[in-house]
Design a protein around this ligand. Sequence first.
Ligand SMILES: [Zn+2]
Length: 244
Amino acid sequence: MIDDEESNGSNPSDSEMDCNDVYDNASVTDKSSFSSKASLKLPTGISISSKSQCCVCRIQMVPPTITIKKEDRSNIFIRRNIFIPKGSRCCKIHTSNGYLLREDFFKLTAYKDDYRIFNLNYIVNTMQKLRKMVNSNKNVDFDDPLSLSDIEYKNLTGFTRTQHDHVLSYIPAGALKTSINRSPHCVITCLLMKLRLGVSNSVLASMLGIDNKRKVTDIIHSTSAALVKYFVPHYLGLAHINRE
Ligand SMILES: [Zn+2]
């Protein structure tokens, strides 16, 4: 049973479940009658799951390695119907900031097709994520590591995603004008796109799904000040030169 977890569909008791019956029951039953055992059996691809074998390139891993994040596991299930068991690991080179790089996200393939039993909480959560993705009003979403390729990232900001993460790693989150809908990634991007493209603040607001151009002006000023304070000193002047 998968809450966020999995069970193997080849389990004899699982194989007796009638997928259509479960779905029909779920569709006509109100929430209060869901039992903790209610579940759905779905066909899905399964990735390699091993502590020693990379689930992306399938080689025997050598450290450093990374555990695939829950967000990536969820994203890959929604977008590609591949189930990555919890605890699966990959080589660090497939990631940036702990998340799978876009190219590696699409490089990962299922090693077998099977059935998995998902409990209804998992299905409901997955549908909520899907709804959020569909209803997102951002035309260019830099928070979604899958929405842009590295080349698109560079065309729009002048930086690759990895370089972007590197800049962000120097800046405390509290130093940026973020909000529930505006991540550190989004505000840095806003400044970089202004510098790279030279478009008006109104155009930037439309592209990034920010309410209005005054907010864009605020973001550009505060982000620029944070970069000057926390990032620039590491690469300018005598302080950044070591004695070697
Ligand atoms: Zn690998």
